[in-house]
Design a protein around this ligand. Structure first.
Ligand code: NAI
Length: 343
């Protein structure tokens, strides 16, 4: 019997509770030793506790340093600040790891296996934004400040390079826009090149590419990439792009990793258009929980879960609507649990 591992569980908004239930069913069938402390955030946090990130939720993660999180709703434009961004800041979750691996073959792109490592705390996401009024238009001018630091860039690049070495990756590509944003993204490129020369040369190949060219290359020939490492905004966009290469957001897991904690989640949002309808594909969160098992040094359980997901989708052919199937979330979960119990 494995040692119990305390972890915070945030079911989240929209389809969150449905995909979290599916993931808990799979983890229970595997015998994963997590001891969950259930907490709230996002819209549920506002409705129940008057705060999108209640103090009790923060206190729980401060204690467990480990969380599995459903998607949290954030209003666009006005309203409260993203709880996801606040969580990353609070626990200094500086690295966002988003693997894109083909699980369902035969899609538009086959045999994809790449990883986007996104800087999670700096750049244009720091929230230094304001409007300037001119005459009677209060929103006449919009301004934003981006900040990238040498130290922040270095720790993220170090994380990406170490991840490449630890997982046997052959190539790392630094994605930037240093031809135009010479300071803001130039510092990231310069730091990466320097770190590679000093510490990692010979362990993998290092390449650099400008973000716009990278977007085109990912669509024309994604197989040329292995690990992509980039700043916050570019990483956010690229990780959705690579999710599209492997069958959409329902297949894309993510990990937010920092010195103080690690939070695992699906890349997708709360999907309010299908919430409560038994239509959500839980695979992204299931794959995130496999990353969580790897993180707590239970790689055999992680492999067993990934294999069961693969077999449910490709041998039993049980798939949700986003993958062209007819199964609901509950039927998919039941098939997955049977697979886990059988194998
Ligand atoms: P979304 O990812 O929720 O949905 C985009 C489209 O993908 C929708 O048509 C949805 O039905 C579909 N989809 C997403 N996940 C799916 C799944 N597991 N199975 C089947 N179909 C799925 O993006 P949207 O609509 O832009 O955002 C909705 C809310 O989620 C917003 O409040 C946004 O701020 C929040 N959000 C939260 C994130 C997080 O907590 N990590 C990440 C992205 C968005």
């Amino acid at each position: 019997m494995a040692t119990p591992i305390p972890a915070t569980l945030i079911p989240g908004d929209g389809i969150g509770p449905e995909i979290v239930d599916a993931t808990l069913a799979a983890l229970n069938a595997l015998g994963a030793p997590f001891v969950w402390d259930r907490q709230i955030a996002g819209l549920e946090g506002v409705t129940v506790a008057g705060d999108p990130l209640p103090a009790a939720t923060l206190a729980s993660i401060r204690q467990t340093r480990l969380a599995l999180k459903g998607p949290l709703e954030t209003p666009s434009g006005g309203g409260y600040r993203s709880s996801n961004v606040r969580l990353r800041e609070e626990f200094q979750l500086y690295a966002n790891l988003r693997p894109a691996l083909t699980v369902v073959p035969g899609g538009r792109f086959d045999k994809i296996d790449l990883v986007v490592v996104r800087e999670n705390l700096e750049g244009l996401y720091i929230g230094h934004e304001h409007f300037v009024q001119i005459d009677d238009d209060p929103h006449a001018v919009a301004m934003a400040t981006g900040i990238n630091t040498r130290a922040g860039s270095r720790r993220l690049l170090e994380f990406a390079f170490q991840h490449a070495v630890a997982t046997g990756r052959k190539k790392v590509t630094i994605v930037h826009k240093a031809n135009i944003m010479k300071a803001l993204t130039g510092i990231f490129l310069e730091t990466g090149l320097e770190l590679y020369e000093r510490k990692y040369k010979g362990q993998f190949t290092l390449d650099t590419v400008i973000i716009d060219a990278c977007a085109m290359k990912l669509v024309l020939n994604p197989w040329q990439f292995d690990v992509l490492v980039t700043t916050n905004l570019f990483g956010d966009i690229l990780s959705d792009l690579v999710a599209g290469l492997v069958g959409g957001l329902g297949m894309a897991p993510g990990a937010n990793i920092g010195a103080d904690a690690a939070i695992f989640e699906a890349v997708h949002g709360s999907a309010p258009d299908i919430a409560g309808q038994d239509k959500a594909n839980p695979t992204a969160l299931l794959l995130a929980s496999a990353m969580m098992l790897d993180h707590v040094q239970l790689p055999e359980m992680a492999t067993k879960l990934r294999r069961a997901i693969h077999d449910t989708l490709n041998v039993d052919m049980v798939r949700t609507g986003d993958l062209g199937g007819t199964a609901g979330t509950k039927a998919f979960t039941a098939a997955l649990v049977s697979r886990i119990n059988a194998g």
